[in-house]
Design a protein around this ligand. Sequence first.
Ligand code: GLP
Length: 254
Amino acid sequence: MKIYAAKDYNDLSRKAANIISAQVILKPNAVLGLATGSTPVGAYKQMIEWHKKGDLDFSRVRSVNLDEYKGLSGDHDQSYRYFMNHNLFDHVNIDKANTNVPNGLAEDPAAECRRYDQVIRDMGGIDLQLLGIGGNGHIGFNEPCDVFEKGTHVVTLTEETRKSNARFFSSIDEVPTHALTMGIQGIMSAGKILLLASGEAKAKAVYDSCFGPVVPGVPASVLQLHRDVIVIADEAALTLVRENEKWGGQIYDN
Ligand code: GLP
């Protein structure tokens, strides 16, 4: 795991966009594992800009998103399909037929989860998985629990996650109670993982995930077992790592 300090959110976004773009340049038909939440929005904006300048071609890129709220249709403005269209896909030359987000309205959610894992296998796995992190250490919607759930599954969202995501809805009652999320095996089988963290609210999750014990109570801690993980975090998110002399020196500064 390599941890890079970003000067601020813009710097974090540019660094992340550079790494994702490098993947697309090296393998034009790359499978990108994509994430939602506010953290990756700046990286998506930067990639849109580079695409518009003619420097980045998504025509052969394939994508698979981490998760979707159960019960929301793709055109609901808080669904993750809508988020991806709005924040990236509508502005670049990706073929939407090559983009995948779990179907939040599937009549048989368990079958939809199995289908989703098959989609990932059929694409030959994920080349680069982008991740944000929840304040409780969740990745995708893999919430803290007793076991690492392997495959795509339906999850009950914690109150903490629903409260935190309520800022995007008009009230907490509108935040769905369940979601479909790629499992830990899907995430861990990606060739490369890029985790982004911004803001002090993520400082404990970053510290525990990078240096704490590998336990399902902190889902992102499993990333310590992956051989190619890049963490890009701003100073606020690195506060606890910096404070701990033992680990503070592990950061690549710039
Ligand atoms: C949601 C998503 C996660 C994301 C997290 C953090 O719960 N399912 O994939 O990492 O939010 O969001 P933010 O980046 O807005 O803090």
